[in-house]
Design a protein around this ligand. Sequence first.
Ligand SMILES: N[C@@H](CCC(=O)N[C@@H](CS)C(=O)NCC(=O)O)C(=O)O
Length: 218
Amino acid sequence: MADLRVLRVPYSTNVERIALAAGHKGLTVEWIDVDPDDRRVVREASGQDLVPVLLADDDTVVTDSPRILAWIESRFPAPSLWPSDPGDAALADVFCHRFNEVWKGPPNRLAALLGPVGFETSRLSRTEARAVDDDTERLRTWLGRFEERLDGVDHLGGAAFGICDVTAYPFLRFGVDAPTPGDDDPFHRVLHERGAFDAESHPRLTAWVARVRERPRA
Ligand SMILES: N[C@@H](CCC(=O)N[C@@H](CS)C(=O)NCC(=O)O)C(=O)O
């Protein structure tokens, strides 16, 4: 029997977080594939429509990837995803909260504006076009912040791979990786087209993507 049972849909960034965390801890996962266009299984299990959903062996159901990651850490503490120093662990939590609640804002708004017009900016109103420019600039400025953060350290939380990398990698990697054929999520296209970077523009961030790509995953 697997260590974890998780509902997933294809191409999900938040599901990839769970795969990376489980890989780090050497846990096995029974993935339960759900039809993205029919969420009844997800709704019946968890009362909401989003994945990942963790079905724990004691009838516990956990939704929302940050809460699932915290649950995995509490149930399988070693090797830890959080720094052992309490202050560093608190900073890692702040990083992840900011990533989830602030960093995702610009690409989500860009996807909401660009998706419906097929990424044809000429079909946007002047106000919408200005909003697209503003959020693109924010996205690019924050890529520079990640580049600065990686000065002298291999991972976003410091020397060791951990929760900051698990939280950010599935999203930031689209700056290098094109969406997989079949992945039509406008959010992923925004990350790839508006958040693109390479070894010339962002050498440390590009090397970090390559480093985390090699991590084990469930
Ligand atoms: N805050 C949630 C967000 C979950 C979420 O947005 N999941 C996406 C897949 S990455 C989803 O199920 N989207 C609905 C859809 O694709 O229709 C988390 O971190 O798990």
